[in-house]
Design a protein around this ligand. Sequence first.
Ligand SMILES: NC(=O)c1ccc[n+]([C@@H]2O[C@H](COP(=O)([O-])OP(=O)(O)OC[C@H]3O[C@@H](n4cnc5c(N)ncnc54)[C@H](OP(=O)(O)O)[C@@H]3O)[C@@H](O)[C@H]2O)c1
Length: 281
Amino acid sequence: MRILVTGAGGMLGADVARAAHAGGHEVVALARAELDVTDAAAVESVLAAARPQAAIHCAAFTDVDGAQGDGRERAAAVNAHGAGTVARAAAAAGVRLVHVSTDYVFDGEQPTPYVESDAPSPRSVYGQTKLDGEHAVAAAGGSHAIVRSSWLFGPAGRNFVATMLDLAADRDEVTVVTDQVGCPTYTGHLAPALVALASAPAEGVHHVAGAGACSWHDFAIEIFRQAGVDCRVLPCTTAQIARPAPRPAFSVLASERPGAPVLPRWQDGLAAYLVARNVHA
Ligand SMILES: NC(=O)c1ccc[n+]([C@@H]2O[C@H](COP(=O)([O-])OP(=O)(O)OC[C@H]3O[C@@H](n4cnc5c(N)ncnc54)[C@H](OP(=O)(O)O)[C@@H]3O)[C@@H](O)[C@H]2O)c1
């Protein structure tokens, strides 16, 4: 089938375009310079010209701390209104939409993994704009899958693994929070699942993340272990590091949907990422 990818210049979008090609699909991969999703006329004319059967919407304003300050309006414009613009145009053109969302729609207060029917309650502006985007996609009335994922890392973008490896090149210890727990997810594993959902008759919200869960502190330890890097990981709490946007303390995602995509363990995602980046222990 022909699949259009928005945000194709981003970390996930690049891997989605790659996975769609690898799956034998014809791919129309559009970075922000080629399609600004806040421009309704551009979105409509691109869909009319490309005539895809499905679109995978990876474009987003992803600066979580920026959205809490000066970026608030841009976050709303892209994540909420832009998602609605893409979804309405897709619905009008009969194009199935796979829309990417986030664990940050949850407040992180629940002691057990979040499933699709748990009530969202975002703590940050970013999370609220992503939830508004989900609502706009659902309201557009077209065929759609909303995929919430979490803690993404991939070779095409800045991410926690890259940051840890960069820090370890300059110092022999880093300090990382122990009190935020989630599911690290390799974009190389998530992308094929999104491509599969582009042609699956599965409507509504899906939770799709790397299997297992850990804290950022555990994640850092595993990064250095797998990469063969000698760097101590000291523990700290979220309260000890001031960041503009609050993060959920516990945002482990699980699925209650029969037949939901199941991704490999996050440790296997990390191993695949290190291979993709040519990092060897
Ligand atoms: N990163 C994570 O940990 C994480 C976790 C859960 C869910 N997600 C979701 O996963 C999706 C992909 O995120 P990512 O990590 O790949 O982020 P990313 O690397 O920042 O990619 C997002 C892309 O969207 C583009 N974009 C921004 N505004 C746009 C606009 N108006 N029109 C078209 N494109 C625009 C960005 O371009 P510029 O760089 O030029 O602005 C960027 O290339 C997003 O929906 C995000 O909310 C991410």
